[in-house]
Ligand binder design. Structure first.
Ligand SMILES: [Zn+2]
Length: 201
């Protein structure tokens, strides 16, 4: 490594109130400064931190951050599992809506998942602190890698076009590729009047 960055980079955190509060209490780093995101301020990066079934919140925040046009990472928890990623560089790499769209397509219950998209009711399941710690510390490291890459170090972000899932029960990390989903209306806005060409294979 040539040189460790001396500047401080600000990360705005958005998502489930209790998870955000917990993460802000735990995450301290010399390089990265985490704050509850205030939409009047600008940040170098953003973190989406919610439970899996709070899909409306995930979709709303994803759309807002995509339009702010700064890199952001999604960290989604279930009681005994979390899914870290993707790292979204708007216009370039896949987003959280790509992930949700791909999950619907690959899941027998896909249409059922969509029922949660408009739900204002918030899920607030208990998540063990040990699992939260593992997830947020893993993400902290990913932001550091992003800083190092942007400051010219030859380090590739792990979560671009990729999701890492950790399951407490199985005790394994699973890596999934997540390319941009052509049905994602955030990455591929449907402009009225524009024609969409589909390639038939
Ligand atoms: Zn997308």
């Amino acid at each position: 490594m040539q040189k460790f960055p001396e500047d401080t980079y600000k990360v705005g955190v958005l998502g489930d109130g209790d998870l955000v509060k917990y993460a802000l209490k735990k995450l301290t780093s010399g390089v990265l400064k985490y704050e509850r995101a205030n939409l009047k301020c600008s940040y170098d990066y953003y973190l989406i931190l919610t439970r899996q079934f709070n899909r409306k919140k995930q979709l709303d925040i994803n759309e807002s951050l995509f339009n702010i046009d700064k890199p952001y990472i999604s960290l989604i928890f279930e009681p005994l599992t979390f899914s870290a990623g993707p790292l979204t560089i708007p216009q370039q790499t896949s987003c959280l809506n790509c992930k949700l769209t791909s999950e619907e397509e690959n899941n027998y219950y896909g249409n059922f998942l969509r029922l949660f998209d408009d739900s204002e009711k918030e899920s607030s399941e208990y998540i063990p602190e040990e699992l939260l710690d593992l997830g947020i510390n893993f993400i902290n490291l990913q932001f550091l890698k992003q800083v190092l890459q942007e400051t010219g170090q030859a380090i590739e972000p792990e979560l671009a076009q990729t999701i890492m899932e950790y399951s407490l029960l199985d005790g394994v990390w699973i890596e999934r590729q997540l390319i941009k989903n052509s049905r994602c209306e955030i990455c591929f806005p449907r402009n009225e009047g524009s024609q969409i060409f589909e390639v038939k294979l």
